[in-house]
Design a protein around this ligand. Structure first.
Ligand SMILES: [Fe+2]
Length: 358
């Protein structure tokens, strides 16, 4: 399996992961002749899809949770959001079930280096983002040695951390350009509004609820809404703050294209100690594949390849399946292990480029 942009689609590829919109199946895994769907996928705000082709045979892209768990979690979250508009008391029993499935998946695979980003339609962002933020938060918590009860509380708060956004003006939330100061003030209110709204979930603990209030606070006290300093922030809120930003950076947004894992990790490192808790940044980046399996990279000898497999502990030096020579011509594929040939390095990943070298 590999990740390709829609502009690279050809009819030798088949869809490797089903695509959903509003919980409905749009394109089923195994679909062929993908080029004819390019325009419809673009309309849904999808720029990249997972495909299987002769170049990617045998490449496995690991995810921390199963596809089934991810889909069921998004569905329950959608229902919970509807309940917020219609009900005065919200029952989280179904959500607790799905949280336990996420935790089970993570505990089964504690050493995973995540390569897979959730590909969803742009309207699905809230749901995909909440689930992914929860997964990253739990990966950190597991590394920190949290027990199951604490992981459940963290997950409930992480899943609902942006609930306040449903109470904001949708036009401002989905605005494509830069926000003016007044609009930014409006967006900031999702923290306090969310915290208040979550009082409807009577079974939710205060520890889970404060995540919605404080997840935009920073270590240096320049965040919002209270400008609390590092020492005043519960570790739950510091964990979700890192997970939230990382997932937002590697996702397509209405106002910018997604960043590569490499660039997003560099952002976390750059802001460790001021915006984020340094210890938590270092824990999270150990679980992220800098060059994810299935992504295209250009090597320092100008050949182009697909990342086939990670070398644990050496994220900058994975095993590469080379598919194009230094002039961009298709060649008979071969593999190189960058841990064995140290003179060659990765110099670019596809997402950082305009793809004119592909
Ligand atoms: Fe937020």
């Amino acid at each position: 399996m590999r990740l390709v942009s829609l502009s690279m689609l050809n009819n030798d590829m088949l869809l490797a992961k089903s695509i959903y919109y509003n919980d409905c199946l749009v394109l089923k895994e195994g679909t062929i002749d993908l080029v004819r769907f390019t325009a419809s996928l673009k309309k849904l705000g999808i720029d990249y899809i997972y495909v299987e082709d002769s170049k990617s045979t045998g490449i496995v892209i690991p995810d921390a949770i199963s596809e089934e768990t991810r889909i069921s979690c998004k569905k329950i979250l959608r229902q919970t959001i509807e309940d917020f508009s219609n009900k005065t008391i919200i029952d989280l029993t179904d959500m607790t079930g799905t949280i336990n499935s996420i935790i089970d998946d993570i505990l089964e695979n504690p050493d995973i280096q995540i390569s897979l980003n959730d590909i969803g339609a742009s309207d699905e962002y809230t749901f995909s983002h909440s689930v992914s933020t929860t997964v990253y938060s739990l990966l950190i918590a597991n590394r920190l040695g949290y027990n199951r009860k604490m992981m459940e509380k963290l997950a409930a708060g992480a899943l609902l951390h942006d609930m306040g956004k449903i109470l904001l003006d949708n036009k401002i939330v989905n605005k494509q350009g830069k926000l003016d100061p007044e609009e930014y003030e409006h967006i900031k209110q999702h923290t306090t509004l969310g915290y208040e709204a979550l009082k409807k979930c009577v079974s939710l603990t205060e520890l889970s609820r404060i995540i919605s209030l404080y997840h935009h606070e920073t270590m240096d006290g320049t965040g919002y809404p209270t400008q609390a300093m590092a020492g005043e922030l519960h570790e739950f809120t510091r964990i979700v703050a890192v997970a939230d930003v990382y997932d937002a950076l590697v996702s397509d947004r209405c106002y910018r294209k997604k960043w590569s894992s490499n660039t997003a990790v560099n952002y976390l490192i750059e802001h460790a100690g001021t915006q984020f808790d340094t210890k938590l940044v270092s824990v999270l980046i150990k679980q992220i594949a800098i060059y994810p399996n299935g992504s295209m990279v250009r090597l320092s000898n100008n050949t182009i390849g697909i990342v086939k497999e990670q070398n644990i502990n050496f994220p900058l030096r994975p095993i590469i399946r080379v598919i194009k020579d230094n002039e961009g011509n298709d060649i008979e594929m071969y593999e190189i292990d960058l841990m064995k040939i140290l003179s060659i390095t990765i110099i670019e990943s596809e997402i950082e480029m305009n793809c004119d070298w592909l």
